[in-house]
Design a protein around this ligand. Sequence first.
Ligand code: DX5
Ligand code: ZN
Length: 223
Amino acid sequence: MQTIIAPSLLSADFTKLGSEIQLLNESRADWIHFDVMDGMFVPNISFGIPILKAVRPLTRKVLDVHLMIEKPERYIQAFKDAGADILTVHQEACVHLDRTLNAIRECGMKAGVSLNPATPVETLQHVLPLADLVLVMSVNPGFGGQKFIPYSLDKIRRLKHMIQEQGLPTLIEVDGGVTKENCASIAQAGAQVLVAGNTVFSANRPQLVIAELQSLCNPSRTA
Ligand code: DX5
Ligand code: ZN
């Protein structure tokens, strides 16, 4: 499987969101990553349901929604209605993670579970079959443009091993501090989806950077 690049809208220019989406539509990005923050689970507030609703008709790309909010189970149906394809909740924000992952699938979305840097992957041992995707945070969530935490690579390898041991199709997504310099080693460690915010949107030619990231992760493919 080719590594999927998921640009994070958090770093887009919100004054021209429509053309930013258009730019992604014409790029080699397969998914668009959508970061929702509540100012409680993380120290920052970003955007939410009305913006997702506005974005949905503008793209056929997979909308990959990352909820950095407390008690995310309150909003599962609302995010489905707004157009999310994948809904990822944080393990640390869910008292009843098993129930929440089941509820996301029952609602007709792919279910994702995310781990903060300090949370060990082993905590997912029993719920892995309920998750279509595990999102490994490689920075402390809340802000774009932070530096990749090196021990994340070890977490990705351990998680890959757990997934293979159970014979599951679960995808590993990595979020935070992904650059042209480190993307190949992250993919080699076992990640199939790489989120990139700052690296893509701070560039003069974001589409070129997306193509470069994809080629660096999939050496056989040319940019
Ligand atoms: C951080 C968000 C990330 C963020 C990544 O809390 O979850 O998705 O946009 O941004 P970069 O790629 O700039 O680290
Ligand atoms: Zn994110």
